[in-house]
Design a protein around this ligand. Structure first.
Ligand SMILES: [Zn+2]
Length: 169
């Protein structure tokens, strides 16, 4: 159980079996049930006019020094599409327009007891200049045969790029 105290009243959380048969943290004081819903992440496969893919070198843990697609967690006041465009601008300096949904991936971090959903769009550049941004140390474009999947930070990004290679390279 990743949390010990109720986010609503600060009371102690205890594990109780709920109607659906799952053990869930429930507040012993106010009865609030803490649901461990997946985090929502959004990102983009951005290609340039030579059909090369934009990847970023990660400057932060987890997987610092590995490469990945521009992606990050959605804010509560934006759509998935807005979040994907925002994350790309923050991490690469590039303004992009989305071309459609690429794929959706579920992931689990067993060691950190978290899970998430990654929504990826394909996109093209409409402005800006590539530069390392927040949480990134480099931004580069790679042709399909230049991408070293061993240097990618996350298995979801590997799967997404393999799907892109099969369909668009
Ligand atoms: Zn409570």
């Amino acid at each position: 159980m990743p949390f010990n105290f109720c986010p609503r009243c600060g009371g102690e959380l205890v594990l109780r079996e709920k109607d659906d048969g799952r053990l869930r943290p429930v507040c012993a004081r106010c009865g609030y049930t803490l649901y461990a819903n997946p985090a929502l992440a959004v990102g983009v496969i951005v290609t340039d006019e030579q059909n090369r893919v934009c990847l970023i070198e990660r400057g932060e843990e987890p997987r610092k020094g590995f490469w990945g697609l521009p992606a990050g967690f959605m804010e509560g006041d934006e759509s998935a599409e807005e979040g994907a465009v925002r994350e790309c601008l923050e991490e690469t300096g590039l303004e992009v327009a989305l071309d459609g949904l690429h794929a959706v991936y579920s992931y689990q971090h067993a060691t950190r007891n978290t899970s998430g959903l990654l929504i990826l769009y394909r996109a093209h550049i409409i402005g800006g200049e590539p530069r390392a941004g927040t949480d990134t140390t480099d931004v580069k474009f790679f042709a399909a045969d230049e991408i070293d999947v061993g240097l990618l930070a996350f298995h979801t990004h590997r799967e997404a790029l393999e799907k892109w290679r099969a369909e668009f390279a």
